[in-house]
Design a protein around this ligand. Structure first.
Ligand code: ADP
Ligand code: MN
Ligand code: MN
Ligand code: MN
Length: 337
């Protein structure tokens, strides 16, 4: 029996890459092979040398087509089989291998906003809904917009076997969040990119479009982030490495913000549960800090920290790479591993 394999990859759109996909028919049981695409249509190659290579990196059941059909997340290679310049997964794999002994885990909170036409779902055609307050984790038709789609997306992620750990309604009408992890750096990136693809794909069936725009409504409305929770083995076992990780992030703050998603200055304003993008702070329970130490972690004197800076539209491979580099090299040099 033939099956449908949906090859999914990250394109070269600037400043924020997009997801693309196309279908290859395979024989049931056949390993998904290397494939190709027209890079001149995805901002990844000139027309005169347009071939790019799709190299499968993660395969899972396809919850949309069901049966034996599969999703095939692929990294993009050049025809000499080296990583394409837009391939941010390959550099993460290198750093991940270097510090594998520290067993870094990530949990990423993906916020997003549902749109119908040009307005966030739940916004009236003219003017604005009632101010923020009741919507976060709310219930009722006057507060919640898009729940059937959100439920369908959650089920799809679970059927695909992604490490989804929860969902919640967010502070603006039509705004939601799902969490991926805790999982290893490559796994959290792979699963998050596939969960994003499923979000857009499920939205097609509802006539609703999800956006990762970090500031989808101007004015007194929260932006959309991708809070990145992180821990190494040493951080899960003691408090000194927790503080050392915060200090290391402080030292490298500008380098991090650069790869935390396009338009970060517009979201990290210091208002709406954010710290200013060009300052760094950390604190226990503080949702106005760049990095938050959850209160339970301070009580237990071990656990994880939350980097609240990454934008909803960030590339989790780039975020994970810079965090692994900064935190793991600092812990190593302090003899805390
Ligand atoms: P918030 O209170 O900030 O909204 P959430 O519950 O939405 O937090 O998300 C917390 C995330 O942290 C989850 O994805 C969870 O899997 C992840 N997480 C929990 N423990 C760890 C850990 N030790 N290391 C990394 N991530 C973790
Ligand atoms: Mn959350
Ligand atoms: Mn949130
Ligand atoms: Mn959070």
């Amino acid at each position: 029996m033939a099956i449908k394999a949906e090859y999914i990859w990250i394109d070269g759109t600037e400043p924020t890459p997009k997801l693309r996909s196309k279908t290859k028919i395979l024989q049931n049981g056949q390993e998904p092979p290397i494939w190709g695409f027209d890079g001149s249509s995805t901002n990844q190659a000139p027309g005169s040398a347009s071939d790019c290579v799709l190299n499968p990196v993660f395969t899972c059941p396809d919850p949309i087509r069901k049966g034996d059909n599969i999703l095939v997340l692929s990294e993009v290679l050049l025809t000499d089989m080296s990583p394409h310049p837009t391939n941010t997964r390959a550099p993460l794999a290198e750093v991940d291998a270097k510090y594998a002994d520290q067993e870094m885990w990530f949990g990423i909170e993906q916020e997003y906003t549902l749109f119908q036409g040009s307005r966030p779902l739940g916004f009236p055609d003219n003017g604005y809904p009632a101010p923020q307050g009741p919507y976060y984790c709310g219930v009722g038709a006057d507060e919640i917009y898009g729940r059937p789609m959100v439920e369908a997306h959650m089920s799809a992620c679970l059927e695909a076997g992604l490490s989804l750990s929860g969902i919640n309604a967010e502070v603006m009408p039509g705004q939601w969040e799902f969490q991926i992890g805790p999982a290893s750096p490559l796994e959290v990136g792979d699963h998050l990119w596939l969960a994003r693809w499923l979000l857009y794909r499920v939205g097609e069936d509802f006539g609703i479009n999800a956006t990762l725009d970090p500031k989808p409504a101007k004015g007194d409305w929260n932006g959309a982030g991708a809070h990145t929770n992180l821990s190494t083995k040493a951080m899960r076992e003691g408090y000194d490495p927790i503080i050392a990780a915060c200090e290391a992030l402080a030292e490298k703050a500008p380098e991090h913000v650069k790869v935390y998603g396009y338009g970060i200055e517009g979201r990290l304003t210091g208002l709406h549960e954010t710290a200013p993008w060009n300052e760094f702070s950390y604190g226990v329970s503080n949702r106005g800090a760049s990095v938050r130490i959850p209160w339970q972690v301070e009580v237990d004197k071990k656990g994880y920290i939350e980097d609240r800076r990454p934008n909803a539209n960030c590339d989790p491979y780039q975020v994970a790479k810079v965090i692994v580099s900064t935190v793991c090299s600092a812990l190593e040099s302090k003899g805390m591993v």
